[in-house]
Ligand binder design. Sequence first.
Ligand code: UD1
Ligand code: MG
Length: 481
Amino acid sequence: MSAVTVVILAAGRGTRMRSATPKLAHDLCGRPLLAWPLEAARAAGAARVVVVVGPDDGLAEAIGARPTAAPADPAPAPPAPPGAPARGEGVELVVQREPLGTADAVASAAALIDRDGVVIVLAGDVPLVEAELLRALGEAHQASGAAATMVTTLLGDPRGYGRVVRDGDGAFVRVVETKVVGDASEAELAIAEVNTGIYAFDGAALLDALGAVGADNAQGERYLPEVLAILRARGALVATLAASDPAVVLGVNDRVGLAAVRVEAQRRIQERHMLAGVTIVQPATTAIDVTVEIGEDSVIEPCTQLLGATRVGRGATVGPHSTLVDALLGERVSVVHSHLVRCEVRDGASVGPFAYLRPDALLREDSKVGTFVEVKNSDIGAGSKVPHLSYIGDTDLGEHSNLGAGSITANYDGTSKHRTTIGARVHGGVDTSFVAPVTVGDDAWTAAGTVVTGDVPPGALAVARARQRNVERYAERRGER
Ligand code: UD1
Ligand code: MG
């Protein structure tokens, strides 16, 4: 694949999504749809990857490439003329001014297609295509000496796909489109072999045939598969490659299609983790983004989502009913019925049930954040525990301290946030409030119900509450006894 250019077609309207977001910017398991074929092209080792986008459709930003309108480099380069490529993160973008069809989309990338090279073209809305298939296509194409090779597959329900028409000898004749009524005959609609929208071409053959593609069809568009019929009519060899896995063609044209593709993408992601030693107790209720890493012997319990840049170490248990977004978990961590966002939980620590870890919460080794506890922007020391009903925000808690039930840090005075600093081996009594900024020394204690407004020296007991007074014979005086 080292000499192969991959062109991904991503312009077009995507109207059936009924969305303000361009179709290929919609999320599929942690990556925009367009990033999927892009990753496959990169993994296959393509020499260059070209993406055809629509004008100002926001897709360049969605895949982290620079928008075409911007100058290619901050260095003094002349402004790019319309249609010229802009480079971003190894991807070259070209703009198709108007969605006039898949052949027109390829034509807008003509300046980047090498006449002497091989070019693989694929649709951006077929996200489950894999590097292996692209490599196999490149190899089969070069081995056969064909001018073009199209990947086909057999579908039980081929509705909407282009059908592959063959002659009496089984040789390829043409592709007939079926998306709208008018292009295909009844007999052609009965064909189960479909065009997957993935092709390899000899650069020169493709470029020379593109100009001959007309728009005399039911959609008034210039269809890319017509290039194959043109090449055949000119006496060139057109080959096909059968894909055994029909999932490669699962296309996303509306949100029903997106859901179907997501089921298949999840199946693949989860299978990869299971084969690598992760137990997933109930795959159907588990969602794991493609970007997530999980260590061996970890167990993912039902109704759990692992999202974004989440990383789980070895031997951890996550779930049931937990959501982790960009969370970093060490080894042997336990998370039960909890919600974690942009936080770190180190080896042996435990979270929940019913905990909420917010951005920049750090739970050090063997610490515990328990039931109905919220932690934000705080460092919980090794072996320390916040077991019940607490809010810990903007706090540094030392090692082996224990904060009682109902511990609250008053970190916000209505204008600014302040930090609470609590030392090592501190015993916080139940219902202690820490009014920040405040510092509690090592080995200190707080009495139950204390509101700590001043610093507590090391080893001291802070008591800050009204003394109890008993009114004797109170009930008798009320005449109740
Ligand atoms: C296309 C094929 C069909 C094949 C199917 C496989 C054509 C005419 N038909 O149909 O034979 O079975 O894919 O999924 O090619 N695009 C552009 N510019 C345009 C039009 C489309 O960039 O002007 C892009 C779209 O963003 C999309 C891809 O090309 O990613 C395919 O276009 P789409 O309209 O979805 O074609 P299909 O009807 O699916
Ligand atoms: Mg499509």
